[in-house]
Design a protein around this ligand. Structure first.
Ligand code: NAD
Ligand code: DAU
Length: 349
């Protein structure tokens, strides 16, 4: 089987690529990635020489390029992760999210349809999406696969749009598709614009740790390898046309999470307990900040037998260790353009 994985040089994509390359030596894995600021081939150094792995540098918005690679490699299946993924960036530049997340997805769907039309049923288009499409929750309740879409940021609006197009191609053209909507991931190789790696980096450097608003927003955190394992299960065992929610049953208020992270890092760095909590700085809230996300993954757990493999404490400890050991990776991604991004987001906030 020849599988095209898009966005494989990013955070989640690199873990998915590694899992498939190592677990399925009989598959040929093609990683298509534009290497935007979020794409990093250093994430895949350990597998880049494997015979069943090929990297393709290209943009999913470029329809001619996407057509060329489908013609050349005749992919059997697509696992689509490439996206602009950061909510704060979507507030500054929504159009970039429309190009990649909407137009890029439709380009892939059109091309898959064109090359697979003779024997559609032998193929699969698996679209990786987010729980943010469901909007925001109050103090209780969970997002299920039946929850109505209610995206509230330019990022989630673009992902919701891409989900609608994927389902439209299933219903209108019979393209075999699967979708999954996952909660917040954390783990190694996470770009330090997102809360957990940004906080790890700042705590390490003894810089202020910015917490939006009062830190009362709630997210449901899942270790990235458990997301990759869920994608593997859904790709192989999920029903065509179905959607699966993926979550960690692991809700944290941002402030509680950051305090835990400060204490975990104090212990690992040999600092006095309570030392890093002094770095916590409440800053201006994110515009339209969704209050709470929480996922009901019972369909995935009951039908496909998936469950998270690590507790949050274990996952967070492994994650902190990874960042403390991979100082060169962290240095490389936080020099250059990152500095300008950081200034723009956090100065005078
Ligand atoms: P990321 O930003 O770390 O990586 C995105 C990757 O896509 C990068 O390697 C980037 O170079 C590539 N890319 C961006 N634009 C491209 C384009 N036009 N053409 C080709 N490649 C392009 O993102 P992530 O956090 O790994 O998220 C991966 C996917 O999972 C996204 O679709 C995201 O919506 C979804 N998701 C993420 C989370 C999360 O917590 N991070 C949770 C649920 C779902
Ligand atoms: O729920 C899944 C989504 O999770 C994914 O689809 C997105 O791609 C991913 O980026 C993530 O979105 P969030 O906006 O929830 O993640 P982020 O790490 O940006 O923020 C997590 C919470 O922390 C959120 O409530 C905002 C807050 N925050 C974030 C940053 C960057 C802060 O308080 N301070 C910060 O500096």
């Amino acid at each position: 089987m020849k599988i095209l994985i898009t966005g494989g040089a990013g955070f989640i994509g690199s873990h998915v690529v590694r899992l498939f390359v190592n677990k399925y030596p009989e598959y040929q894995i093609f990683n298509l990635d534009a290497l935007t600021y979020a794409g990093n081939l250093a994430n895949l150094e350990d597998i880049e020489q494997k015979e069943n792995y090929t990297f393709l540098k290209g943009d999913i918005v470029d329809a001619a390029y996407v057509d060329d690679i489908f013609a050349k490699y005749q992919f059997d299946a697509v696992i689509h992760l490439a996206a602009e993924s950061h909510v704060d960036r979507s507030i500054v530049d929504p159009l970039a999210f429309v190009y990649t997340n909407v137009i890029g997805t439709v380009n892939l769907l059109n091309t898959a349809r064109k090359y697979w039309q003779e024997n559609l049923q032998k193929h699969l288009f698996y679209h990786v999406s987010t729980d943010e499409v469901y909007g925001t929750l109050g103090e209780d309740g969970l997002f299920t696969e039946e929850t109505a879409y209610d995206p509230r940021s330019p990022y989630s609006a673009s992902k919701a749009s891409s989900d609608h197009f994927v389902r439209a191609y299933y219903h209108t053209y019979g393209l075999p598709v699967k979708l999954s909507n996952c909660s917040n991931n954390y783990g190694p190789n996470h770009f330090p614009e997102k809360l957990i790696p940004l906080a790890i980096h700042n705590i390490k450097e003894e810089k202020p740790v910015p917490v939006y608003g009062k830190g009362e927003n709630v997210r449901d955190w899942l270790y990235v390898l458990d997301h990759a394992r869920a994608i593997d299960d859904i790709f192989h065992k999920g029903e065509v046309g179905d959607t699966y929610n993926i979550g960690g049953v692991n809700e944290w208020r941002n402030i509680d999470l950051i305090e835990l992270l400060c204490d975990t890092m104090d212990e690992k760095l040999g600092r006095p307990q309570g030392y890093s909590r002094k770095l916590i700085t409440f800053v201006k809230d994110r515009a339209g900040h969704d209050l709470r996300y929480a996922i009901d993954s019972s369909k995935l757990m009951n039908n496909l037998g998936w469950k998270p493999s690590v507790t949050f404490e274990q996952g967070l400890s492994k994650t902190v260790d990874w960042y403390l050991e991979n100082t060169e990776w962290l240095h490389n991604v936080t020099s250059g353009n990152y500095k300008a991004y950081y200034e723009q987001q956090y100065t005078d906030r």
